[in-house]
Write a protein that binds this ligand. Sequence first.
Ligand SMILES: [Zn+2]
Length: 269
Amino acid sequence: MTSAVATQFLPVVAAASATNDFLIVSIHDVAPYTQPIVGKIISALAQKGIHHCSLLVVPNYHHRGASMQDRQFVSWLRDLETGGHEIVIHGYYHQRSHAARETVREKFVTQFYTQGEGEFYDLGYDESLRRIKTARDEFQAAGLKPRGFVAPAWLLSSEGERAARDAEMEYTTRLRNVSDLRTGDIFPARSLVYSVRNAWRRATSLVWNTTLSHALKSKPLMRLSIHPPDYSYPVIWRQIVDFVSAMVPVRTPTTYQDWVAEQRRERGL
Ligand SMILES: [Zn+2]
């Protein structure tokens, strides 16, 4: 490294060490069938300096089979966890069973908005508890250490949240906040997230996330949520890489579990 280049790096290093600002990158919908693309996303992020992500793993994606029964998938996850990534429980089936009678609003939320993925949108306490506990036990039996539960499409009913707490989950997240389920603290922090289902949504997402990232610049926690299809659209992926490149020098990349633990430490809890 020449001295001119070294000098250019100095202010960046100083800024990074002087700040307590964090970046959490989460990758959603991790399952055996998304593993190839998630692997590429993890490698691309590592190249940009992100070595700690929260990986939202679906226990049995759309009833395609138990993720923890796939030995190759499990050993891949174990390696990632050992390497500093976090394994998070993300729903159970990631698919909502249709209620017998739905209001127009429910239909809008569950079908149009989430494409029928809002599994925990209105699931009762008992079934929520059963699914989260089953997932937790399956993950633990596979040698993984899940501490968080995130509902598909961030749609978690209050009964579902109570169930997550009773299943000994430490935290959950929603689009607009992170909840410490042990202390009851709710930390406002809106996530950047893309919708890529059609051209109109992609165009809107690009504009919206640009605006949002500027609005969130001064916040102590920046969240970026990535879904596997994001990687397939060059213009979307380009923007994600640009965000990450801009944030890594000034924010410490971390995981949800480490960030929540840090908040408790700071509060002396
Ligand atoms: Zn999801």
